[in-house]
Design a binder for this molecule. Sequence first.
Ligand code: HPA
Length: 272
Amino acid sequence: MGIANETARLDAAVAALEPLGLATCELAIVLGSGLKDFGAKLDARRSVAFAEVPHWPAPKVEGHGGELVVGEVGGKRIACLTGRVHLYEGWSPTEAVRAVRTLRRAGIERFLLTNAAGGLQESMQAGDLMAIEDHLNLTGSSPLLGPHEPALGPRFPDQSQVWDAELRGRLFRVDGKLKCGVYAGLLGPSYETPAEVRMLASLGAGAVGMSTVHEAIALNAMGAHLAGISLISNLAAGMSAGPLDHREVIEAGEQAARRMEALVRGLCANLP
Ligand code: HPA
């Protein structure tokens, strides 16, 4: 990997996406498991498959889409990534954040990162939505590894306010029933053991999943404003009876999608 290689890849992707007018989008949304259908609901939309964007990795996992959709919600222009790639599929952290870094480099300042996650708070139930107030990167890796590329942020970025309190406040004004907590990002692809779930809860995590933290690290370093929502698709292992099933994760996503949609529409209507 030579100096500034990743910056050059991002610039090639930004150039290819020029006709979509990303710079005028007021928000970019990453749609997690079961939420990707929101992309089809944008007005005046134009889309491009991840596979058609130079250097973008294309998702493979069941239940995840793979398009960049640009369009309008309530008159506001937004960009949606209908799915993402994960480290457990074998992608590197740099590859996993390439799409969001491209959108940031194209000029988008605000991001809403969504995911499906296991709930760790006693009061949670499947179908709850949790606003992310902070995260634990427990993947043992980072998208900032390697030679420093100034276009991607400082060598040692501050992380004292990764998740924007002001944007989060807007989410709470739209949906007063939101839970709030810390998202723990693990490598996966196995779900956690009950002992790991107890450990995560004792560390103060409110939800656990296999995505999002690297995107947050990369976007924070590039000076973006971030909000995050975890759709609690299940209680984490050992907190309810029975084993965890990927279908359960997808089904809870479908059920909570309407609430999530209302939240996103409300956020778009209430952007600063
Ligand atoms: N653990 C990790 N990732 C997840 C879970 C979980 O319980 N549910 C959905 N994604």
